[in-house]
Write a protein that binds this ligand. Structure first.
Ligand SMILES: Cc1cc2nc3c(=O)[nH]c(=O)nc-3n(C[C@H](O)[C@H](O)[C@H](O)COP(=O)(O)O)c2cc1C
Length: 352
């Protein structure tokens, strides 16, 4: 077994957040896994103008402060989303706030946007930009803010010019009231103000893509309304989904009643159903879908792509199974694409 393999086994015996903090420190110190061989060319893809060596991305929340994006690209992710960052540093919820549900291959977190704030993020993320590869910034609002939409604008303005794309995260279940921005007038106001700021910041240059990150806990009518608003305001893509506040009956672990967002395998079916529902609601309009939630294998990634995702992201499976999982996911995905006669990822998108 490799050193990284041993290290990731040891880390899994530690409390979840301690293991995470140690992983980030090790990555910052240059002790990360490194992919030695290039990706299979069948995995190369283009998403909203971003050229990716493979469609498997690292989801937000792993690298909240923009410290280790380059290291995670080096580990083999095709694209990496850093954040969520809020304008001001905030501590998040009291610990413990991160729970491994090993029997369920799941995690519950109620981190609450713990992060070191925009200034720190801009400095770190700027440093990461020396690498080649696609890095995005996921922005959010402070818990104590009395102008949450204003917080997103502050994030955009401060980070403008740094990330390859922006994700507007309105779906964390751990900042009370944040998910209300997904509804009716609040969503219209958010999108209106964001797109106005985007136009001001862009001028006659080309804007990076803007993605909206959504919850899986949405009713059919909300899905239709969000799709219509996102199309009307010119959002480039929807990331589906964040964690769920639901608790499937199948959960076995004694942590299952902890408050927070559930991620990992039990989220897969729900988030893929919601992805499919968005695909239907968008009905051919020009908006890209990104599939996230419970991806643990190449078959899962392939299922999201066939359900309508142009690319995918994951987090929990990496935390539970270690970085060696990534190569397995990519190899299997390439195998499935070939077996079904597709020449590239894009050809398989939405084939179900
Ligand atoms: C510990 C933890 C922290 C997270 N923090 C964030 C975050 O700050 N911003 C965000 O948009 N999503 C966050 N997420 C959600 C993930 O990005 C992802 O959408 C979700 O976990 C589903 O994917 P997965 O099942 O592959 O983990 C977090 C997830 C976990 C497990």
């Amino acid at each position: 077994m490799s050193i990284t393999g041993i290290a990731s086994r040891v880390l899994r015996t530690l409390p979840a957040e301690t293991a995470h903090d140690m992983t980030i420190s090790a990555l910052k110190a240059g002790f990360g896994p490194v992919q030695r061989t290039p990706d299979d060319p069948i995995l190369r893809t283009r998403v909203c103008g971003l050229d990716l060596p493979n469609p498997v991305g690292l989801a937000a929340g792993f690298d909240k402060n923009g410290d280790v994006g380059a290291a995670m690209l080096g580990a083999g992710f095709g694209w990496v989303e850093c954040g969520t960052v809020t304008p001001l540093a905030q501590p998040g919820n009291p610990r413990p706030r991160l729970f491994r549900l090993n029997q369920d291959e799941a995690v519950i977190n109620r981190m609450g946007f713990n992060n070191n704030g925009l200034e720190n993020f801009a400095r770190n993320f700027g440093g990461q930009r020396q690498c080649t590869g696609t890095l995005g910034a996921n922005i959010g609002a402070n818990k104590a803010s009395n102008d949450r939409i204003g917080d997103y604008l502050t994030g955009l303005k401060r980070l403008w010019g740094l990330p390859d794309w922006f994700t507007i995260n309105i779906s964390s279940p751990n900042t009370p009231g944040l998910r209300e921005l997904q509804g009716g007038d609040a969503l219209e106001e958010l999108l209106g103000r964001i797109m106005e700021a985007r136009a001001d910041l862009t001028g006659d240059q080309r804007s990076p893509p803007f993605f909206l990150k959504l919850a899986p806990d949405l009713a059919e009518t909300q899905i239709t309304r969000i799709s219509d608003a996102a199309c009307a305001y010119g959002i480039d893509g929807l990331i589906i989904s964040n964690t769920t506040t639901e608790r499937p009956d199948s959960l076995q672990s004694h942590y299952r009643s902890e408050t927070g967002g559930l991620s990992g395998r039990p989220l897969f079916a729900r988030s893929t159903d919601v992805l499919r529902a968005f695909k239907g609601a968008i009905d051919g309009r020009r908006i890209t879908l990104i599939g996230v939630g419970g991806i643990t294998s190449g078959d899962d990634a392939y299922a999201k792509i066939r359900a309508g995702a142009s690319a995918v992201q994951l987090y929990t499976a990496l935390a539970l199974h270690g970085p060696s999982l990534l190569a397995k996911i990519k190899n299997r995905l390439a195998e499935r694409l070939r077996a079904d006669g597709f020449a590239c990822v894009a050809d398989a998108v939405g084939q179900d």
